[in-house]
Design a protein around this ligand. Structure first.
Ligand code: THU
Length: 160
């Protein structure tokens, strides 16, 4: 028997102002997208902006449903649209801003497991890392150099 140790390195910026200029702009677009979230059940609003290699930015927000499992997270709303509208165009960075309307959210909110799996699909497909930045409504911004960093032991097409 041997043990395998898996390590992840993340960067933490004290606030949005401290993060790279292009990310300040991308996060602002995530913030605007968040205002369009439809989250009457959870009251948890998430906005996402994805920077594509061709200069386009795709945004999305969570869309809930009275039949709860039919709703979709902001990350997948955005990434599936990016994949549908610009197939073959690499995704460079994703900015995520999330928080509740019933209490203040100042801790960085990472993408859920299902969204990590969805983002991983595109990262594997393009064979280039997608940077992930996430934050609450304010406060610290966390950066992951790639999605793979957030989802070790990924299940991907290589095993099919
Ligand atoms: N949500 C997202 O949009 N992204 C995540 O990564 C986590 C959760 C949404 C889904 C649901 O509308 C609400 O947040 C509460 O779970």
């Amino acid at each position: 028997m041997k043990e395998i140790k898996i390590e992840t390195t993340l960067s933490v910026f004290e606030d949005l102002k401290e993060s790279p200029e292009n990310i300040v702009s991308l996060m602002k677009q995530a913030e605007e997208a968040r205002e369009k979230a439809y989250a009457p059940y959870s009251k948890f609003l998430v906005g996402v902006a994805i920077q594509l290699e061709n200069g386009e930015v795709i945004t999305g927000s969570n869309q809930e449903n009275a039949s709860y499992p039919s709703g979709l997270c902001a990350e997948r709303t955005a990434i599936y649209y990016a994949g549908a509208k610009y197939p073959g165009v690499a995704m460079k960075s994703m900015a995520i801003m999330a928080g509740s309307t019933i209490h203040k959210t100042i801790t960085p909110i990472p993408p859920c497991g299902a969204c990590r799996q969805a983002i991983a699909e595109y990262e594997v497909k393009q064979d280039e890392p997608i940077e992930i930045y996430f934050m609450g409504e304010s406060g610290k911004v966390v950066k992951s150099e790639s999605l793979a960093n957030l989802l070790p032991l990924v299940f991907d097409k290589s095993v099919l």
